[in-house]
Design a protein around this ligand. Sequence first.
Ligand code: GLN
Length: 256
Amino acid sequence: MLPRSEADMLLCRALDVPRSHIYAFPERRVGAAAAERLATWIGRRRAGEPVAYILGERGFWGLDLTVTAAALIPRPDTETLVAAALAQIRADAHVLDLGTGCGTVALAIAAERPSARIVASDVDPLCVALCQHNAERLGFAVETRLADRFDGIPERFDVVVSNPPYVAADDDHLQRGDLRFEPRHALVSGGGGVDFLAALVREAPPHLKPGGWLCVEHGCDQEHQVRGLFLERGFANVHCHRDLADQPRATTGQWP
Ligand code: GLN
């Protein structure tokens, strides 16, 4: 059996009605076309495919984002990163979201700071197109860039924010749940998960204005390692932020 919340989400979309409708009209019969759609989706879900990929959307920060299997599914954990970054983002700041995927972090920031100049980069052209699509649908002015980390990004920013790959290649979570269907290069990094983070911390300073901030998401067991990387590189005001489950989830530091 599917969890009730998932079954409800699939049913609402099959009928093309809001959630309240299925509670208000429990006697409504499901027509043949909707029943067929629903049966296909339930089959896919039973085979493990994430609901977000089946429906092609996921909510994040109050925004409806289109998602495809090219990008990581937006997670509530990432709200911690967004909140930590927003604390350092002035109304007119110049911001880079590196590895934007479907645009999760860049678009949440755009929603809160409509006058900021936001660049969203990704190494995958499909993600660049997906982020662009979401920005257009929401009517947000986010500039997308195809780039491998900072390659091809010449400017300096007030804030660089990133939810990079940080899962170790041998982590069993990769064999479970939604992670089995998500792009591996968006999840997995070498060095037990920290290679990408280490490279980001090393490469970020020439892309930060004096007093600029680097804000990264990381694994709950990477707090001390990531703090060490920031301090060794010369960042100041290094601070770890906890997620809603009270796990260390994001680190921010200021380039002096
Ligand atoms: N937080 C995700 C997970 O462990 C990983 C996301 C990421 O690598 N950026 O499920």
